[in-house]
Design a protein around this ligand. Structure first.
Ligand SMILES: NCCCCCC(=O)NO
Ligand SMILES: [Zn+2]
Length: 343
């Protein structure tokens, strides 16, 4: 299995993340990639390459133009406005306010395009987000070209990003880009399976009214887990997308038993949907020692999960999402890949 990874992920490493009322070193940090690369090499998965240059047209097709312009120019505008620190959202369009018009003021614009306050933007964030998108695009082309699977070692992650919002450490939705690329390649029905602990609200939002891309997510119940405001089981899609969205929320403390049942349910629905290609939003924050999550999966469970996904028999693109138990992230992420290859 070929892995695609860009060194430019290092351009995004904010000084701080707002967590539990304190500014802490961000959980989503460059060393995550190092641990995964080390484990890939340790397990003989040495086929690791840099991405092709980013293709902007698919990103422009996925994201709203004003949002992309915001991401590209936010840092310069922020600095021109005399803001001393990194960009952190502070004012949001709240209930019964006008969420359709972006302010001119950069502080207002930041909150307009943000879905949460933990994710800072720095001077290098735009370039890093584009490099992560290029990683997903390049890995998708490998699968579209006939490979059984490929691993897009994306950083920053993407599954919380919508067409017009960033947050949850995400800026551009890499998995959605890959699903759209499969569609553009002529794959009639594509499935996105999100096994990150957190609901992939961005991916859901992007495909919610679409019947050609099936979205399934296993995640911490939204009444207890970020992103909180999407991810309920009664969200089943709208219009042409009715029935093409499957949320499988699980309660605090859920272990591999119920999690694997949810996975099997998702895989059965993906099979019934008739998917011809699969994108896996590969977050491993369902791990028992993850610092910001509440499932209790252990490392061998990720091997079994990979096997179950592999038995679907679809061309599969793995897009790295979350996972913050840094010492274990390599084992857990690569276990999914090895389980898949073993299926
Ligand atoms: N309090 C913010 C939590 C962000 C979670 C990001 C993530 O791992 N998403 O998959
Ligand atoms: Zn996550």
């Amino acid at each position: 299995m070929r892995t695609i990874c860009s060194e430019d992920h290092r351009l995004h490493f904010p000084q701080a993340e707002l967590h539990a009322g304190q500014f802490v070193t961000p959980f989503e940090r460059p060393s995550r990639v190092e641990y995964i690369l080390a484990r890939l090499r340790e397990r003989g998965l040495n086929d690791i390459a840099a991405p092709d240059p980013v293709a902007m047209a698919p990103i422009r097709a996925l994201c709203r133009p004003d949002y992309l312009a915001f991401l590209e120019h936010a840092w310069d505008e922020w600095k021109r406005a005399g803001c001393a620190g990194e960009i952190i959202p502070a004012s949001f369009p709240a209930r019964r306010m006008n969420a359709d018009r972006a302010p001119t003021n950069i502080d207002g614009k930041v909150g307009f395009y943000a879905l949460a306050a933990e994710t800072a933007i720095t001077a290098g964030t735009w370039a890093a987000a584009l490099s992560s998108a290029a990683v997903a695009q390049t890995a998708q082309r490998i699968v579209a070209g006939g490979a059984r699977a490929a691993f897009a070692l994306c950083r920053p992650p993407g599954h919380h990003a919508t067409a017009d919002m960033f947050g949850g450490y995400c800026f551009i939705n890499n998995a959605a880009l890959a699903a759209e690329a499969f569609r553009a390649d002529g794959v009639a029905r594509v499935a996105v399976l999100d096994i990150d602990f957190h609901h992939g609200n961005g991916t859901q939002d992007i495909f919610y009214r679409r019947g050609d891309v099936f979205f399934a997510s296993i995640h911490g119940a939204p009444e207890h887990a970020f992103p909180y405001y999407l991810g309920y089981s009664d969200e089943t899609g709208e219009g042409p997308g009715e029935g093409a969205n499957l949320n499988l929320p699980l309660p605090p403390g859920a272990g591999y038993g119920p999690w694997a049942e949810a996975l099997d349910a998702a895989l059965a629905r993906i099979r019934a949907f008739g998917a011809e290609a699969l994108v896996v939003s590969l977050g491993v924050d369902a791990y028992k020692d993850d610092p910001i999550s509440f499932f209790t999966l252990d490392s061998p469970d990720f091997l079994d999960a990979g096997r179950r996904i592999g038995r679907l028999g679809l061309p599969t693109l793995f897009c790295m999402e979350g996972g913050y138990a840094i010492e274990a992230i390599g084992v857990n992420a690569v276990n999914v890949l090895e389980g898949f290859l073993d299926a």
